[in-house]
Ligand binder design. Structure first.
Ligand code: UD1
Ligand code: MG
Length: 499
């Protein structure tokens, strides 16, 4: 549910940093938490409060970040009615203060006079509700000049510390690298998220310098500057530190994923989903699961997967961008970009590749692989079969060990099978080929030519039997010995009758 709009608010998302501690060719903010990039989480939170403007500061890995933003834009419009996201480039990453200075020069913010929320692209659990709460605190009378989002943590290492006077007033923020021993013992930390009066921010950013341990323009110094000019500085302290945990390295990335996942699982369980072993279940943030679904151990539900009510998923199942209909059973299955119909039965050991549509009450059994296959209502592919580039009608049964031979080495071709077809085991469908309604085929048939409705097709040669061949041609082998014993009626060594 989108929150109420926040007019006169602009959100600046800082996303220009190199993220060197990730040691990655991928910019830090494009690493994912619960299946969404950290940039995506930041932009969802920013757009979620429905502000007047959203400005993203890019720099390091700009092309990749721009492409990721372009992908996010339609969804921001659809979900939150935010039709435009501006970007501004910070050419050199001279610190968070410099990044904000760049944002203030953007067309969107040059004449902006409202409240500017600054957030970062490395706090993936931060949602729009927290930004809304920060803004509520900021606007409480008398209205603050700056409100910083803080929290208490057991291990404050790496974070800026919130320094307060004896009576609790926030006076400044001191970065880890600039802090003395005593300041380092402070457990209240800066989340890196703030609300600023726009005019105050522009003025204070102009006063920043690089006289600090990292030689950077620190946005955190704005707090001290505001305070020195007697502006109201407030802190909004969050009870739950995980919501603002920053991700700077891959240990923190794993922890953010763990936390996010635990919360998602709890949300789904509270919505009526049963999990036999919740700790072994991983669910991306856009996955939808109806009530009365049972998730057995070791399941991963990714991307835009949706599971309708009454399904049993798992154990050991990975589904990505899959739509699963009501009451289906999907066991030990890998599935991508496909649809499983209501009350269908899939697995174990089934590989569903993109473009599969299994109809209601359909079946894909053990060691079956499908790709671009539309399989009609009630049709079954029970065992050891590949179905690629095919259309199968309703209530048909594909015999065990069959292959839809779709590839001639250069091009892919289509196979069309009608309804109520019964094909024998080990049938090869050499595409392009069409098999009419109600057709039967014998075991081992190679179907190269179209088969008209109602026909039986067989292609295997007449069976030959050459008596005594093994004893004649393979003398001295265990097989020849067994054949000799069978012929003479003597006992097999090692069996009960031998004793
Ligand atoms: C920052 C804060 C620290 C706070 C912590 C919370 C400063 C000086 N310190 O430290 O007080 O506790 O966040 O997680 O602000 N960025 C740019 N351009 C730059 C530098 C950074 O856009 O030149 C962006 C990064 O992409 C990132 C964000 O700003 O999204 C924060 O940068 P980061 O290097 O992670 O700062 P921290 O050391 O975590
Ligand atoms: Mg950080």
């Amino acid at each position: 549910m989108p929150l109420t709009p926040h007019p006169d608010v602009a959100v600046v998302v800082l996303a220009a940093g190199a993220g060197t501690r990730m040691k990655s060719a991928t910019p830090k903010m494009l690493h994912t938490v619960a299946g969404r990039s950290m940039l995506g989480h930041a932009v969802h939170a920013a757009c979620g409060i429905r502000p007047d403007h959203v400005v993203v500061v890019t720099g390091h890995g700009k092309d990749l970040v721009d492409a990721a933003l372009d992908e996010l834009k339609p969804r921001m419009d659809k979900d939150y009615g935010v039709g435009s996201i501006d970007t501004v480039v910070q050419k050199q990453q001279n610190g968070t203060g410099d990044a904000v200075a760049c944002a203030l020069q953007s067309a969107a913010l040059a004449d902006f006079t409202g409240t500017i929320v600054v957030t970062t692209s490395d706090v993936p659990l931060l949602g729009a509700e927290v930004l809304a709460a920060l803004l509520a605190e900021h606007s409480a009378k008398p209205r603050a000049g700056v409100t910083v989002l803080t929290t208490m943590v057991d291990d404050p290492h790496g974070y800026g510390r919130i320094v307060r006077t004896a009576d609790g007033e926030v006076t400044r923020i001191v970065e880890e690298k600039d802090a003395d021993e005593e300041t380092r013992t402070i457990r209240e930390i800066n989340s890196g998220v703030y609300a600023f009066d726009a005019a105050l921010l522009a003025d204070a950013v102009g006063q920043l310098d690089t006289n600090n341990a990292q030689g950077e323009f620190y946005l955190t110094d704005v707090i001290g500057i505001a305070r020195a000019s007697d502006r109201i500085v407030r802190a909004h302290r969050l009870a739950d530190p995980a919501l603002v945990a920053g991700v700077n390295d891959r240990v923190q990335l794993a922890e953010a994923n763990r936390q996010f996942n635990r919360r998602l699982r709890e949300m789904h369980m509270k919505n009526g989903v049963t999990m036999t072993d919740p700790d072994s279940v991983f669910i991306d943030c856009d996955v939808e699961i109806a009530n009365d679904v049972l998730l057995e151990p070791n399941c991963q539900l990714k991307g835009s997967t949706s599971i309708a009510t009454g399904c049993v998923i798992g154990p050991d199942t990975m589904l990505e961008n899959m739509t699963v209909g009501e009451g289906a059973s999907v066991v030990r299955t890998h599935g991508f970009d496909s649809v499983i119909g209501a009350h269908a039965d899939v697995g174990p050991f089934t590989y569903i590749r993109p473009g599969t549509q299994l109809g209601d009450n359909g079946k894909l059994g053990g060691f079956v692989e499908t790709k671009k296959a539309v399989i009609g209502r009630g049709s079954k592919v029970p065992h050891l079969t590949y179905v690629g580039d095919a259309t199968i009608g309703e209530e048909s049964n594909i015999g065990a060990s069959s292959v839809f031979v779709n590839y001639d080495g250069v091009n892919k071709h289509h196979t069309t099978i009608g309804s109520h077809v019964r094909t024998g085991s080990d049938t090869m469908f050499i595409a392009p080929v069409t098999v009419g309604d109600g057709v039967y085929s014998g075991a081992g048939t190679v179907i190269k030519d179209d088969v008209p409705a109602g026909a039986l097709t067989v292609s295997s040669a007449k069976q030959r039997i050459i008596e005594g061949w093994v004893e004649n041609k393979r003398p001295g082998t265990p097989a020849a010995d067994a054949a000799a014993r069978a012929r003479t009626g003597s006992a097999t060594p090692g069996t009960d009758s031998d004793k």
